[in-house]
Design a protein. Sequence first.
Length: 550
Amino acid sequence: MLQFFHDIGYILFFNETSLNSVAILDVQWFIDAFKSITMDENQGNAMKDTNNPNQQFLWIKDFFSKPKDWNNFYHLGKLPCKTLVDFWESHGDKDFKEYGDIILKYMERLGLLVIGKNFHYIPCVNKMDIQTSLLARISSERYEKTSVICFRFKHCLHHFFFQRVVVSCMHEWKFLEIDGTPGLFKNIVLLEHKPKGFIIAIGVNKTSIQLLVYSISRSLHSSDTCKVRDTVEKILSSVVKTFHKAVEYEVGFSCMEKDKITKESEGRFILEEEAVGSAKAAEKGECFCNSNAPHNVNWRKMIKYWRKERNLRIRSREGTNPTRRYFSNQQRGDDLKNARSYEMQEHDESQVIIDIEDHHSEHGIFQVSDEESKKHYWRVIEKLIGISRDALKVYFDCKLSPQDLEKTLKLYGDEMKKGPYRFTEDQLLIMFPGDGSCPLSSMFDVSIMYKLLRNYVEDLPTPTKGWGKKPDIGDIKETDDLERIRIYRNKFSHAGQDSTLEKDEFNMYWMDISQAIMRLSNGELQADVYKLQKETEHNERKSCDDKKNG
């Protein structure tokens, strides 16, 4: 029940060991606690109640005993622990101090700050650009370093994604000290892997989160750099999953070696699988790139540290999980064109086993037990629910055009933040971007669209069984489908990784959800549903054949 109220934005609750003993019932109170730390005088004066000219604000700036500490906070986001305690002790809301430890744990869990022994780090406060000289040192050919691998977002990259990744990565590695100053900057963070003696740089530009590993005194090994990549990509995938399917990224490189981390690329973006194929095709590792500024590209150098001998991780372009492809040692670049692929699910990852016909590989043969089939049914419905989110977006855009959405957000913004239909902090960050622009509906998940449609669209018919109730199979109003998609999304997103479905359940869910998709999208997504249906039938036939041959 607590998880349900968290999902609809009424409370904050995480069913995790360090947090599940406490739930925050007043989300606005929690937001105020964070706002009290980050708000400056100019923002505060703009928020003053015009009917109360004597209203006073308490500024955290007044609690810094040393100008140097204030400068470190204002420019770098370093907040001394004692300063925060003193501030909350004097604040009008005494609950901030009493529940300070809980507030900080929730802030860290949401990616808002990193809790430290002497100071807390708040990424969104950091205004410091990396010095040109330091960026030049990182990019210097004097050091052994990887290429810059890019996680490029296809639609929109919110800076908040980068900040959340940084918070999680700082639990894995300690920040680098540079002449007594932490390597923490607005668009890049430098972390130190002490046991291995190399430095990890994680940066961001308008479209991509970027990763670079370099060493000043030791050699780099792909086994180490691939582990770093796996850790960062796992964190990034975890962050992306808290939003929705439309938040999608691709993995690749810039074709221009001179491109520096955090800088916009001057060349073209190359998908990782394209770089691998090109590296195999080029005998000397170099070939010509016909971009705006034609040049040679050292493909092998590009992928050298990001690829293990037989295991290349690439980003799936259709889902949120990575795809792993295994290549035969004898395989050439053009073998990919002649490969026969079979898809097999394992945990949350989609595996593609490549059976090279020319070499009669045995990799394409695998056994699927009844239990594996049940897990597969569950994952197919998860994919179908992903399509249902797209159907809901089609319906949403018909009811709330971009112009109507902008008007609604402006008119009811305060109510959405503080009223009975208030949204969660993560949702508000998407709905009200920091640059003041109007968000795109492609960034909204099911929960945001459902709440906006239900509470802010006039003349929407009441579902057959009422709002918040699960509709029967025969209930086919548009709002029945709205409830149907919300309920299925909650059911499947909160289940464990090893959940299963019986065949009869699978058939019932498929019929119920696929028909809702057709109705809400007016048939626009018929091809997507049909493609998933054919993939499922193919996998079932393959499973039966394998059992017979086994």
